[in-house]
Ligand binder design. Structure first.
Ligand code: SAM
Length: 268
């Protein structure tokens, strides 16, 4: 069992490195996630693990990977993808043939590939357009999985219909897994980035999905996050947040809009 001082040091480290706030009720979570790393690293306590992780880049990334919650699934909350297909993309494509979308905090890639599938459903031949979908996440492990584009049958059935599975995935390997089609893979790229500190490209995205990550941040970091999301968008670009999230505290950054009851935010 960790001591209170060790636990506080671990929480401070995680907050500093990721922005993720862990309160006193998360002791079991930290213990479950970090104990195996402590054993592997050959240190005797959580305090020693955190001290070592401060200067050991590989160990630091292992701790970050372990404490990030990567829960996601294809077409999560479905409505943002209806908004994309029925309103946002047709509106952008009226003006040209290029489109750039950022899945910020893309976890293991399901959100970015769901965006690609949505585009395929309305644009048909993606190679005829200049499409760039970028996924990024702080977890190196999650980014590696997203890049690989290989999912278990269980992961596919969380959100995809049998038709979508047969259309966009092919069986691979000997463990009953499926690989995303080349056509979707070619329009999506993934990279590792911390949304609060990594350099961002200003004004390049038409649409940003930033869902189910701000919930882990304190108020000041939420502001920093949404300022950065705003800067990354083109003038008039759209931001889509999670179904339980709100931008009520940041009326200076975005205006709240609706399409058939689906809420999204436009850069001011
Ligand atoms: C719950 S998942 C959400 C995934 C996806 N956006 C969705 O809604 O299904 C949250 C993701 O945020 C990532 N994350 C947490 N803090 C981050 C940070 N500071 N920078 C980038 N990603 C972060 C985690 O690694 C995790 O993959």
């Amino acid at each position: 069992m960790f001591t209170e001082i060790e636990y506080a040091a671990a929480c401070a480290f995680i907050l500093r490195e990721t922005g993720i706030v862990l309160d006193s009720s998360k002791g079991y979570f930290i213990e479950g996630r970090l104990k195996p790393i402590e054993t592997d690293a050959g240190v005797n306590s959580l305090g020693d693990l955190i001290r070592k992780a401060e200067t050991d880049r590989v160990l630091k990334q292992k701790v970050i990977d372990a404490v990030s919650t990567n829960e996601t699934y294809f077409f999560r909350d479905s409505k943002p993808f209806d908004l994309l297909r029925n309103f946002l993309v047709p509106q952008i494509m009226e003006k040209g043939n290029s489109l750039s979308i950022w899945s910020a905090a893309s976890s293991t890639g399901q959100e970015a590939y769901s965006i690609a599938m949505s585009l395929k459903e309305i644009l048909f031949d993606l190679s005829k357009f200049k499409i760039k979908i970028t996924g990024s996440d702080i977890s190196a492990e999650a980014v590696q999985r997203a890049n690989h584009g290989v999912y278990s049958r269980f992961e596919l059935t969380r959100g995809l219909t049998p038709l979508q599975i047969s259309r966009y995935f092919t069986p691979c390997g000997s463990h009953g897994e499926y690989k995303v089609s080349d056509e979707l893979r070619y329009v999506v790229q993934f990279g590792q980035a911390n949304l609060l500190t990594s350099p961002i490209f200003n004004g390049i995205y038409d649409i940003v999905f930033c869902r189910n990550v701000a919930i882990y941040f304190k108020k000041e970091d939420k502001r920093l996050l949404f300022e950065r999301m705003s800067r990354s968008l083109k003038p008039g670009g759209s931001l889509i947040i999670g179904s339980t999230e709100s931008l009520i505290d940041f009326p200076d950054l975005f205006s709240r809009e609706q399409f058939h009851g689906i809420v999204y935010y436009v850069k001011k």
